[in-house]
Design a protein around this ligand. Structure first.
Ligand code: CTP
Ligand code: CA
Length: 222
């Protein structure tokens, strides 16, 4: 039986997407994380498949299967970094939609951390590797690297700075200061930044609509 013929601008292209918030273990039972739901990453995977791409999704959350998407489950930033570095050389496009923890425990406790009499606790954190920056610096002429950023103020200034620092071809900035957008919400209000382009604000829309729009713009890039 022949399934529906593949068509779309990304036929034959391999797309690597990261999704969800990374988790940094503190001890065997506790971790540091963030409010990311992974919805945007999954919406991007769906939109890329609709355009004919072969998609690899490195994710911390399981939001179900998508036909045509190979899921790779990870937990920590270090693991997401390792899997990304492993797969990236063979990819045409990388989209970093994960909410990556900037910090991890400096010393992972071997046993559950106990309270010490009546004092508090000071956690020492060290910086995680920057996944987007690593692939941005590694990419070849043919590869496209796209990042995301959530900002509450100075969206365009902070975004342009990240776009340049990470050598990305596109940065999608999410205005999380607005009500009902970002994180677990189904709606987003984003601004697209590209080198040598004026910032372009997309109106508030559902994550799948925004994902389709982003994929369309990426397909038009090279
Ligand atoms: N990112 C990453 N690895 C990190 C931190 C961020 O790959 N260790 C990626 C995110 O997945 C996102 C982009 O970089 O695509 C921007 O993330 P953001 O947190 O906004 O930027 P940071 O460089 O971490 O700056 P800050 O949090 O200080 O604003
Ligand atoms: Ca960060």
């Amino acid at each position: 039986i022949r399934l529906r013929a593949k068509s779309g601008q990304l036929v034959g292209k391999k797309v690597l997407i990261t999704a969800g918030g990374t988790r940094e273990a503190l001890d065997p039972v506790r971790y540091l994380t963030n409010r990311s739901s992974g919805k945007m990453g999954y919406a991007l995977a769906q939109a890329a498949v609709e355009n004919g791409a072969h998609v690899f999704l490195i994710t911390t959350v399981d939001r179900g299967d998508i036909f045509g998407v190979k899921k790779i489950q990870v937990d920590s930033t270090q693991d997401m970094y390792k899997e990304t570095r492993r797969l990236f050389p063979d990819m045409d496009i990388f989209i970093g939609a994960a909410a990556v923890s900037d910090f991890k425990a400096a010393h992972l406790a071997e046993h559950k951390i106990k309270k010490q009499s009546d004092t508090g606790l000071i956690l020492e954190l060290t910086q995680n590797p920057d996944i987007l920056k690593a692939v941005g610096y590694d990419k070849t002429e043919q590869q496209i690297v796209v990042g995301f950023a959530a900002e509450t103020q100075n969206i365009v200034t902070y975004g342009q700075d990240k776009l340049a620092k990470k050598h990305a071809d596109m940065l999608v900035v999410n205005d999380v200061g607005q009500a009902d957008s970002g994180f677990s919400s189904d709606n987003n209000a984003v601004t697209i930044l590209m080198p040598d382009h004026e910032p372009e604000a997309l109106g508030k829309a559902s994550k799948i609509e925004i994902a389709r729009d982003i994929i369309k713009r990426i397909s038009a890039l090279k």
